[in-house]
Design a protein around this ligand. Structure first.
Ligand code: NAD
Ligand code: ZN
Ligand code: ZN
Length: 389
């Protein structure tokens, strides 16, 4: 079968590999009919997620049709349409019982991840050996461990083009909003106008936010101004010489700043000053001013939520502002998809949200390698891609 594989830093290729097989009795093999590329795949493309191996099959957002089931699978049979969650959960451990599936204690035994983060996170499809080494869904077939847990049936009235995004981006943006506590009347500033940021804007408004401001540096802001004029924008490359993102946001929000800041951008990695684990992993160092921008921008006792993926450590962190002004900084974590996907499916069916508003391109799996580079450079009006298999 064909699949998209990581072949080294900044290199992905379509390769021929053998179809996955049932390994455990609770496995399901899915014939993939739709997949997509996430901002998180760029962190893999760039090689900043550690423990990638050449030939690793990428892709953590996919839907398809059940092709084969293991002997202990009870909820699914061949031919059923399904969407997979991006994280692999066992459904039974301490965290899974609370639907905090992104923190499943059983599916990722990686010791480096455990040591680096002080605890385990769940296994993930197509996301390197750092998250368990599970092959991803940018492929013709994928093995889904604990299939009864990690697949959701798609009803006939929800086509793949809409259902696919229950895998990740819808749950991620909804979780960012809920977990950071966006509620009625809040002013919300969102860094990153990609699919995650745009859906977080929609969800903030759905939750009663009085104003949303999106911060980025590319044509996506013009697209938002054109299509969603009720959302305000801030292009950080167009600031005057005496302005900063923080001063501009204050000026746009009663000189106090937004109530809530959401990081839906692309942190990648943060600066380290010689932390031993990070050095041992050979991570490059670069600071993310973005987190400091969020802290200094929000009003006193404001809340900041981080959804963009960071790897490693962050010094030069404005802890003084955080303490003195009572800022609440929340790591939203990898979004626990299982907590939300049924209610999000319902929102799609009721027309409360429209995942198609993110989708700009339709491509075939065989052309997916080229799409990665386009998505990386944000060329050709690319937002979210529907990959047909
Ligand atoms: P994307 O690459 O399409 O969009 C990211 C946007 O952030 C781009 O438009 C980019 O120009 C902008 N950006 C970069 N640096 C910025 C800065 N300093 N200030 C403002 N904007 C900046 O990605 P996406 O698919 O929308 O994903 C966004 C982020 O969410 C990624 O980091 C991704 O890894 C992360 N993510 C997290 C989860 C989770 O569960 N926590 C799930 C999915 C994606
Ligand atoms: Zn993702
Ligand atoms: Zn579990």
């Amino acid at each position: 079968m064909h699949a998209l594989a990581w072949m080294g830093k900044n290199k992905v290729e379509i390769v021929e590999v053998s179809r996955p097989k049932i390994i455990e009795p609770r496995d399901v093999i899915v014939r993939v009919t739709g997949s997509t590329v996430c901002g998180s795949d760029l962190h893999l493309l760039h090689g900043v997620i550690v423990e990638l191996q050449k030939g690793d099959i990428l892709g953590h957002e996919f839907c398809g049709v059940v092709d084969e089931v293991g002997s202990s699978v009870t909820r699914f049979k061949k031919g059923q349409r399904v969407v997979a969650s991006f994280q692999i959960a066992c459904g039974e451990c301490y965290y899974c019982k609370q639907k905090l599936s992104s923190q499943c204690e059983r599916t990722n035994a990686n010791t480096i991840a455990n040591a680096m983060y002080g605890g385990r996170t769940a296994g993930m499809f197509g996301y390197s050996h750092f998250t368990g080494g599970f092959a991803g869904g940018q492929a013709e077939f994928t093995r889904v461990p604990f299939g009864d847990v990690n697949l959701l049936p798609l009803p006939d009235d929800v086509p793949d083009e809409k259902g696919l995004y229950l895998s990740d981006v819808l749950a991620t943006s909804w979780h960012a909003v809920v977990d950071t506590g966006v509620s009625k009347g809040d002013v919300v500033a969102i860094w990153g106008a990609g699919p995650v940021g745009q859906m977080a804007a929609d969800f903030s408004l759905l939750n009663g936010a009085s104003k949303v401001i999106m911060i980025d540096n590319n044509w996506r802001l013009e697209y938002i101004q054109r299509k969603y004029p009720h959302i305000e924008t801030l292009d950080f490359t167009k600031l005057k010489s005496d302005e900063t993102v923080t001063s501009k946001l204050k000026a746009m929000c009663n000189n106090r700043g937004p109530d809530i800041a959401l990081e839906c951008a692309a942190g990648e990695y943060a600066k380290s000053w010689g932390h031993t684990i990070e050095m041992a992993l050979g991570l490059e160092t670069d600071t993310s001013e973005l987190v400091n921008e969020m802290i200094t921008s929000v009003r006193n006792f404001g809340r900041c939520g981080i959804t963009g993926v960071y790897v490693g450590f962050c010094n030069h962190f404005n802890i003084g502002s955080l303490m003195e002004r009572g800022i609440r900084l929340i790591g939203n974590g990898q979004a626990p998809v299982h907590m939300y996907w049924e209610s999000l499916l319902q929102m799609i069916r009721e027309g409360k949200i429209d995942p198609l508003r993110m989708v700009s391109h339709r491509v075939n799996l065989i052309d997916l390698d080229k799409v990665y580079y386009k998505f990386e450079k944000k060329e050709d009006g690319i937002q979210k891609v529907f990959v047909q298999t």
